[in-house]
Each structure stands twice: as C-alpha cells, then as structure tokens.
Design a protein around this ligand. Structure first.
Ligand SMILES: Cc1cc2nc3c(=O)[nH]c(=O)nc-3n(C[C@H](O)[C@H](O)[C@H](O)COP(=O)(O)OP(=O)(O)OC[C@H]3O[C@@H](n4cnc5c(N)ncnc54)[C@H](O)[C@@H]3O)c2cc1C
Length: 381
C-alpha cells in the first residue's frame, strides 16, 4: 500500500471528480470525430493541472512527481487521448524547467501553465528507436541558426494545436549523439516552421499527432536550450519523467478496462447466471487486477525515486514497459469478457483496446525499455 500526502490525495480526488464529470462524457465523441478536446485542456489549465509540475514563481502549481502520476492516471481512466495530451505537455514543461535559460523559462513556462501546448520533436522518418539517425540540421549563420528537416509523429501538434516545440537537430553531424546535437525551443509562429501531414491513427484519436516541417527556419541562438552540442543530453533528460508519465497513462487505462469488465461480467447473464460466476472469468479478473496494481506500484516507486533526485532510469523503464504491456493485456481480456459486444463501438472497451496499443510503442518501445533494463541490471545497478 502506497501512502499519499494530503496534497497528493486531494489532487487525485479533485482530478477524479473532474474527469468523471467533464472528460468521460466526451471520450467517445472525441474518439469518433478525431476532435481535439480544447475545452477540456482550457479547464485543466484553469485548475492548475497544465502547470502542475512548474514552480509557482512561473505561474505553476509546484506539485511533485507523484501528483503528476495521479493526475495523468485519473485522466486516462476516463479518456486516454486527453491523458496523452497532458502527459506530453508535462514532459515538455519538465524539459524546459530543467534545461532552459532563465529568460526562456520566464517567457515559455507561464504560457504553458495557461494551457498553451508544448511538443517534443525528436523522431524523424529515419530516426525512431535510434535517435542517432537524426538528419535535421541546424547550421549557424551569424547569431542565428537555420533549421532544415522533417520531424514525424509529433504529439500535441495539429492545425490549431501546439504552441512551443523542443526540437533536437544536428549541429555537428560527425559527432552525432556525442556532442553533435543541439536542442532548440521554438514558437509556432516562427517562419519556416510548418505543419505537415496530420496522422490518421488507430487509437488516441482525440490527440493530435503530426509531421513538423522545417524549411530554412531561422532562429536566434537564444532559442538554444543548454549548450550547443547538449541536444542529446537535453532529449534524454526528459525520458525518465516522460516514461513515468506514459506508465501512469497505461495503468490508468488498464484500471478503466478492468472496471468495465467487472461491471459487464456482473450484468451479463448466460446459462441463467452472471458470467463472472464462472471460475474461468474470475481468474481473468484476478490476473487483470493483480497486474494493474503491480503496474501502479512500479510507477509510483519510479516517481518517488525521481522526486528524491535518485537514479531512476531502470525503474522508469520497468514501469513504462510493465504498465504498457499490462494495459494491452487487460484491455484484451476485458474485450474477451465482453464477447461480441466488446468488438462493437457501442461499448467503451473497443476504444480502450485501440488506445492501449500505442503504449507499447511511444516514449521508447517495449523492446527498447528491455534494453535499458537489462543493461542496468548487467551493470549491477
Ligand atoms: C501516436 C504516436 C505519438 C508519438 N509522439 C511522439 C512525440 O511527441 N515526439 C517524438 O519525438 N516522437 C513521437 N513518437 C515516436 C515514437 O517515439 C516512435 O514511434 C518510437 O520511438 C519507435 O520508433 P519507430 O516508430 O521509428 O520504430 P522503429 O525504431 O523502426 O522500430 C520498429 C520495431 O523494431 C524494434 N527495434 C528497433 N530497434 C531495436 C533494437 N535495437 N532491439 C530490439 N528491437 C528493436 C522496435 O522495438 C519496434 O518493434 C510518437 C509515435 C506515435 C505512433
């Protein structure tokens, strides 16, 4: 049993109540239409949730990593798309807070707290799991840099979504990940930065994901985060927190699917009795609840370590890997428990099953998490 402080419990209760009232009722509609829930994001900003991990001096709520896990998981329990928007935004907040200059923080963080969305731009057509394959270049020209390249699968970027972007580009292609990349923090209205294709996704249909095109995009050297050559370090600095965020999203969704399965199996009568009186289905439910709880505890443990400033890369990867696999496992069994009805769009489990699938892929695939975990354990960490 993980015990929470008063502040942590109250943020969880507040977000649970808000998500039940405002987010759950529109989850089906935003999935069906692919509409971005901008009214929900504005409400979350008013509640302080979009600036949850930003100190009060920049307009944020100054809450801890456990509060972040509770907030994302409660939102995900009602709508995984909305949780994705929140998780990516909080990841970008975190990177800016720890890597940006004071001037950059003073400009961008208050905007982020108001709900102006942040996006993280690392992935390219030839660089997914292997960030060393980046091709986007930043070439110095006096006090400016000229950016050229294409980023793909950028969350929180769409026709009307996305305000500021952390962009990782090559400043010294020969050095690559070892000092050859630089991070830029750039606003949406920068000439040369434009929206490419917006993706038509299997799940998470309320969350915008698009291509970002950089064509002779001129930015001042003041947009650099950290030092020239620190880009890979900046990108990796966000990973532990980002993975904890996706783990929270995943166990929140697993919890939702479990609840749907318990409800349906209690109400559905076959052979004259509720289907959950069959031991076969009871064992499904036992596995589902046990794995969901284990995912939750792994995630809270990683968050607690990160909060204390202790090394947590292995724990963040274990949490992300296990929670993502659990979300898929639980959604699959929950759909099975719904029988044919689970395959129909009339029941939320069909959407949850599609939403769950991305969790094993983004923020590092399950295979990549296993690389991180096994390397750490071999080194005795
Ligand atoms: C909906 C969505 C949102 C996203 N949001 C963002 C975002 O906001 N910002 C961003 O920068 N990126 C984002 N991404 C990109 C995401 O992080 C990548 O898709 C992911 O890292 C995998 O890269 P890839 O798709 O190129 O797959 P690949 O790297 O090509 O991998 C394909 C398969 O090969 C496996 N594989 C690759 N290398 C190895 C290895 N060494 N050992 C074992 N197996 C391996 C992978 O695990 C996977 O199963 C998003 C992606 C999606 C789909």
């Amino acid at each position: 049993m993980f015990s929470f402080t008063e502040e942590q419990s109250s943020i969880r209760d507040m977000i649970r109540a808000f998500a039940e009232k405002e987010i759950r009722p529109i989850a089906e509609e935003i999935d069906k239409t692919g509409r971005f829930p901008k009214e929900t994001i504005a409400q979350l900003a008013d509640m302080g949730v979009m600036g949850l991990n930003i100190p009060e001096e920049y307009g944020g709520a100054g809450m801890d990593e456990i509060c972040k896990v509770l907030a994302i998981s409660e939102v995900s329990r009602c709508c995984a798309s909305t949780a994705e928007i929140l998780a990516v935004h909080l990841l970008v907040n975190d990177i800016i807070l720890h890597q940006a200059s004071e001037e950059q923080k003073e400009y961008w963080l208050p905007r982020a707290c108001e709900g102006k969305l942040g996006a993280f731009c690392l992935t390219e057509p030839g660089a997914g799991s292997d960030a060393g394959g980046l091709r986007t270049k930043a070439v110095q020209d006096g006090d400016d840099y000229i950016l050229n390249g294409t980023k793909v699968f950028i969350s929180n970027f769409g026709k009307d979504e996305g305000d500021h972007f952390v962009i990782i580009a090559l400043t010294d292609p020969d050095k690559g990940t070892k000092g050859g990349m630089t991070a830029f923090l750039v606003g949406r209205d920068t000439p040369g930065l434009s929206l490419g294709k917006t993706e038509d996704k299997m799940g998470m249909r309320g969350a915008a994901v698009s291509e970002l095109i950089l064509e002779d995009c001129r930015v001042s050297k003041n947009t650099i985060m950290g030092k020239v050559g620190d880009g890979f370090k900046v990108a990796m600095s966000g990973l532990d927190g980002g993975r904890i965020g996706i783990a929270a999203q995943a166990f929140g969704l697993a919890q939702a699917a479990l609840e749907e399965a318990v409800k349906y199996s209690s109400e559905r009568i076959q052979f004259g009795k509720p289907i959950n009186t069959n031991q076969g289905l009871q064992w499904y439910l036992a596995d589902m609840v046990t794995r969901t709880e284990a995912a939750r505890l792994l995630t809270l443990e990683a968050a607690a370590l990160r909060m204390k400033g202790e090394p947590c890369s292995k724990n963040a990867s274990m949490a992300k890997y296990y929670s993502a696999e659990t979300a898929c496992y639980v959604c699959d069994l929950a759909l099975q428990i719904h029988g044919g009805y689970g395959y129909m769009k009339d029941y939320p489990i069909e959407r949850m099953y599609r939403d769950a699938r991305i969790m094993r892929i983004y923020e590092g695939t399950s295979e990549v998490q296993k690389i991180v975990i096994s390397r750490a354990v071999i080194k005795g960490k």
